[in-house]
Design a protein around this ligand. Structure first.
Ligand code: SF4
Length: 156
């Protein structure tokens, strides 16, 4: 039987790529991935953003609107980061498609990787990130770490 590939947010498997320089290694996700083929990606690193970096959130809409040019992603100094976030998510999508992934496990609340909740204008609202949006449009099933039992993390 053909082995499937899982795309996973790099911070969930222990990469210190979060805005604050931490990771969010998740015991349940790591257990699930054991013995499976997976590709760890961080769309915001692929955007060329450093670590640490200012946190970002949606403004004026969510992923669908940001992709359509009707909303933006701004950092905590109010700078518009939409174009580079979209670029990073597009690069991450290309990696996911090249790996022929059929499923993804992404980090909740991020404007790139969020699955059911994201930060928008200082609040957590329902919605997904841009990478998630594009993966779903390509038919890739997406879940977040919330679907896996086990403590979230060995934060750095
Ligand atoms: S949530 Fe996504 S974009 Fe944010 S650090 Fe993790 S992998 Fe990178």
């Amino acid at each position: 039987m053909k082995r499937t590939t899982v795309v996973v947010s790099a911070c969930l498997v222990g990469k210190r790529c979060r805005y604050n320089g931490e990771h969010r290694a998740h015991a349940g996700v790591l257990r699930y991935l054991k013995g499976k083929k997976y590709v760890a990606v961080c769309p915001e690193k692929l955007a060329g953003w450093g670590v640490p970096r200012p946190p970002v959130e949606f403004s004026g809409g969510g992923a669908r609107e940001a992709v359509a040019g009707q909303a933006s992603v701004v950092d905590n100094r109010g700078r518009d980061r939409t174009a580079s976030l979209l670029r990073g998510a597009r690069r991450a999508l290309r990696r996911a498609l090249a790996s022929q992934a059929t499923e993804a496990i992404l980090k909740e609340k991020s404007p790139s990787c969020g699955v059911r909740r994201v930060y928008r204008e200082g609040r957590i609202v329902r919605g997904g990130g841009v990478f998630t949006f594009w993966l779903r449009r390509r038919g890739i099933a997406v879940r977040s770490e919330d679907s896996f039992s086990g403590r979230g993390a060995t934060r750095s």
